[in-house]
Design a protein around this ligand. Structure first.
Ligand SMILES: [Zn+2]
Length: 306
């Protein structure tokens, strides 16, 4: 593995589209939202993860690694969620804000949560190396989106990581969270209350997540970070492909149609399970659904102006 590309974004920002674009290029291997490996049941190819030939072969190779920590594929990334203990969360947040390769050891001593996440990401890096060797890919694409994991991966592999901060219009994202709640159960935006999020909560989440991505990546060298807008990805395909190629150091093409079933990924947009291909084009139904007051509210919360 020469390079690890990490896509950081909110939900509904087009990360599944971007990971699929990258994964459709030779030398790239897209693994999707790989941090969900411990519990995700079905590969994007349609097979159960336990039955998919790709994941079975990867598991077999992981078992053969010298000193393999585990024989189960599901154990090769983080396990579980963040701690409920306030001070553990504070220490972990401090690591995300100011930590890095030099201070990782200290934060691991201070916080069991930092240690647990770091060890999970260490296993993930071994999984990435094994997957790269298995497929001949030189670039692994991790579309986990979360700023926390981005910082851990940087601390462990500072020279290999390239971060793409993908941002989509706050109006489109906020509308998607409300609209797709029943289908996707994205209750975390409404603080896990189980209720459908409001537009205001979704806009707050958009602002907070993008701010946290900025905080987690501010001291990563500028040539290892790329900011890209979802809308440009769809509307300016050639320019976006050139920017991505320069950034990653591999030639990238953005085709009009991407064949999803040729990739084996974890999680991502539910369309991965139902569609065999996607078109790279902008779909903006929020324009017909949001009124002037809705847009004014989102603008006030996010600080965006349109
Ligand atoms: Zn598969």
């Amino acid at each position: 593995m020469k390079t690890l590309v990490y896509i950081a974004s909110t939900g509904y920002s087009g990360s599944t589209l971007l990971e699929s674009i990258l994964g459709s290029n030779p030398r790239f291997l897209n693994l999707g939202e790989i941090y969900k490996l411990s519990y995700w049941p079905v590969c994007s190819c349609g097979e159960k993860v336990a039955d998919c030939a790709f994941w079975r072969e990867l598991e077999r190779r992981l078992q053969q690694r010298p000193g393999a920590a585990s024989s189960r594929l599901q154990d090769w990334h983080i396990q579980g969620r963040r701690s409920r203990a306030r001070w553990q969360r504070l220490l972990h947040d401090a690591f995300i804000a100011i930590g890095g390769p030099e201070s990782l050891g200290l934060f691991k001593l201070l916080s069991t949560e930092v240690r647990s996440f770091s060890e999970g990401c260490e296993r993930a890096l071994k999984l990435f190396e094994t997957a790269a060797a298995m497929t001949g890919a030189s670039v692994i694409v991790d579309s986990s989106k979360d700023p926390l994991l981005l910082k851990h991966l940087y601390a462990l592999a500072p020279d290999k990581l390239r971060v793409i901060h993908l941002v989509r219009d706050a109006r489109a994202v906020s509308h998607s969270f409300v609209k797709n709640f029943k289908r996707d159960g994205t209750a975390y935006v409404a603080e896990d209350s189980g209720a459908q999020p409001t537009l205001a909560q979704a806009a707050e989440y958009w602002k907070d997540r993008n701010r946290k991505i900025g905080i987690a990546s501010w001291h990563i060298p500028p040539d290892q970070r790329l900011f890209i807008r979802y809308e440009d990805l769809c509307l300016k395909r050639e320019d976006s492909a050139a920017a991505l190629s320069r950034f990653i150091g591999e030639e990238i093409v953005i085709p009009e149609t991407i064949h999803l079933k040729q990739q084996h990924t974890i999680a991502g947009n539910p369309m991965r399970q139902t569609e065999t291909s996607i078109q790279v084009r902008l779909t903006e139904d929020w324009q017909d659904k949001l009124g002037g007051e809705d847009i004014a509210q989102i603008a006030k919360i996010t600080g965006c102006s349109w």
